[in-house]
Every structure is written in C-alpha cells, then in structure tokens.
Design a protein around this ligand. Structure first.
Ligand SMILES: NC(=O)c1ccc[n+]([C@@H]2O[C@H](COP(=O)([O-])OP(=O)(O)OC[C@H]3O[C@@H](n4cnc5c(N)ncnc54)[C@H](OP(=O)(O)O)[C@@H]3O)[C@@H](O)[C@H]2O)c1
Length: 308
C-alpha cells in the first residue's frame, strides 16, 4: 500500500472512530424536518445523515445494512413510516412493508454494527378502551391496519435484541408536512362550517418538542447511559379533535367558521381509531429528567413559527 493511500485509510479510520454518525430516516417528513431544523442550529457532537426514501429506502434490507456499515452509524433515528392511516386499510401490504418489515431491516443492521435505534411508534397501537392514560406496560391491541403495522415494527425491533428505544407519540403536527393543524387552518379560512369528531380523546404533539426530546435522549445516552425501553411522549394534557380544532381557530384568530361536533360513527372515516389514547408521560419524564410542555402552549409556538 502506498504512503498516501495508507495515510488516507488511517485518517478515514480515525475519522470514523471519533465521529458520532447519526442516521435519520424519513427525514423529509414532519418529525425528520423538525429534527433537521433543530440540529442545524445546535452545536452537537454528532454528524447527522438525513435520508429519505430516494437516498435510503428502509424496505431495502441490503441498502440499509450497507449504509449503516459504510458510514459507521452509531445511532439510527427512524422517522420513516407509512402514515396514511385511512389509506392503509386498503393498502395493508405497503403499510406492513414500511412500518413492520423495514423496521426489522433497521434492527438487523443496527444489531450487526452495534448501532442504537430510536424508533417512533404510535398511540394507535391501543384500542382506546382504557379509562386512564395509557402506560407502557399496557397490552397493545391495535384497531387499524396502520396500528397493527406499527405494532409489528415495535415487535421486530425488540426481537432483534439490540439496543433500542421506542417512542410512542400521538396526534403529531408541525409547520412541515400534512397534519391536522395545517388542515384546520386551511379549512377554517375556506369554509363557514366544519364538522369535527368530538368523541376521541388524545394528546397533541408538536413535532419540534418530540425532536428536542430525541436529541435530549442522544445527549443523555452519551453523558449517562442508554436506557432501552418503550416510552410515551406527547405534549402534556389531553383534548378531543373538536376542542383541538376550536383552540387552533381561537389562537389563529379565525372566527368566521363555526365548528359542529360529530360522533366518530357519523363521521365514518375508513380506519377505526381509538376513542381514548391519552398517554401517561411519567416514564419518559423520570428516565430522562425532562419536563414536557403543555399542548396549548406548544400549539402557540407552532402557530408562531408558521406566521414566521
Ligand atoms: N403523523 C401523526 O399524527 C403520527 C402520530 C403518531 C405517531 N406517528 C409516528 O411518528 C413518526 C413520524 O411521523 P411523521 O408524521 O413525521 O411522518 P411523515 O410526515 O409521514 O414522514 C414519513 C417520511 O418517511 C418517508 N418514507 C416512506 N416510506 C419510506 C421508505 N421506504 N424509506 C424511507 N423513507 C420512507 C416518507 O416519504 P413519502 O412522504 O414520500 O412517503 C416521509 O418523508 C412515524 O413513525 C409515525 O408513525 C405519527
């Protein structure tokens, strides 16, 4: 081996050792975009590799294995998912491929290369029959294809036996992507009347707050220890879709549209949804010493960002 080539290899090896490469999948989605914005303005001891399906398709087992090995990935934050809850009812194959089988690909590559995985799951793994906020110990029982596919992903990650953290979140919104907040803002400006479901209770989550939580976990793990497990994360408090919409309208100062409550059955969405999926946040707060912002305050911050 020539001198220069050898030096280059040594430098590359050293670079690989000192650098903490973090792979983010599904980076063009709501959460991935919030993560990118957050990490761009922070001085962190990590190098983030942001990928979406065009750069790294998580359903491609070889591609995932190759990427994790080549870039000496230490952490994987899996934001990639099939999130079209209603469409999943008639497209189960794709939903399971992305939310289930592909998580197995990530888990296998991570196990082989000793990377740690932060995977995002959903409150839709629950059936909504609980009368108290759902804890991580409660047995999941998803109602929808989407919920079932996400539960399969959770199980695949746990079965692989590596080091993992699953964060279940709910009612995610952001200034990026498609979500309830953006849809409500648009429809309330376009229409004089809207019907909104008022018999499902859950916890809205500002994706920027979840992104902060994820970065906090990375730093906590570097400075303290990795804590494999399932954790629930949303903003604090609970609401219904109807009251959430009313609060969006109130905070945005839109008063020309009247909201009418409707029951889930009357609304008739293709996918069944849990009637009650409020999550208990005690475990994540205690494990990582965090306080989580309340949902109305988080909404105000998001609307502020949207106003620019
Ligand atoms: N949105 C919610 O209300 C909600 C609620 C609870 C939990 N969650 C969970 O939170 C996480 C983040 O959700 P999000 O709202 O940020 O999702 P999102 O906006 O739908 O983003 C997901 C991203 O993954 C990409 N993707 C799809 N298939 C892929 C593949 N094979 N390989 C790589 N990337 C792929 C998508 O690309 P395309 O757009 O081109 O498909 C999209 O950019 C997900 O795990 C989701 O299940 C979301």
């Amino acid at each position: 081996m020539g001198g220069t080539e050898k030096e280059a290899r040594q430098a590359q090896f050293f670079y690989g050792l000192v650098q903490k490469n973090v792979l983010v999948t599904g980076a063009n989605g709501q959460l991935g975009s919030e993560l990118r914005k957050l990490t761009d303005r922070m001085n962190l001891p990590f190098r983030f590799l942001y990928t979406d399906v065009d750069d790294l398709d998580i359903t491609d087992r070889e591609q995932v294995a190759g990427f994790v090995k080549e870039y000496r990935i230490l952490y994987i934050i899996n934001c990639a998912a099939y999130t079209a809850v209603d469409r999943a009812e008639t497209d189960a194959e794709t939903a399971f491929a992305i939310n289930g089988k592909a998580v197995e690909n990530i888990a296998a590559a991570a196990k082989r290369e000793e990377a740690k995985v932060i995977h995002i799951s959903t409150d839709f793994v629950f059936d909504g029959h609980s009368e108290i906020p759902c804890t991580e110990e409660m047995i999941p029982h998803p109602l929808s294809v989407y919920g079932k596919s996400k539960l399969e992903g959770e199980k695949a990650l746990q079965a692989a036996g590596g080091e993992w953290i699953i964060i279940r979140t709910s009612w995610l919104y952001s200034e990026y992507g498609n979500n309830f907040v953006k849809t409500m803002l648009r429809l309330m400006r376009e229409r004089e009347r809207l019907t909104i479901v008022d018999d499902q209770r859950g916890g809205p989550t500002y994706a920027a707050d979840l992104a902060e939580m994820i970065i906090h976990i990375l730093r906590f793990s570097e400075e303290n220890e990795w804590k494999t497990g399932i954790y629930h994360f949303s903003n604090r408090g609970e609401t219904t879709w109807f009251d959430f919409a009313a609060e969006i309208g109130r905070q945005a100062g839109i008063d020309r549209c009247t909201l009418h409550p409707v029951k889930t059955d009357e609304y008739g969405a293709p996918a069944p949804r849990p009637a009650y999926s409020v999550m208990n946040l005690s475990k994540i707060c205690a494990a990582f010493h965090v306080e989580i912002p309340e949902w109305k305050e988080a909404l105000a911050r998001c609307l502020g960002k949207m106003r620019g």
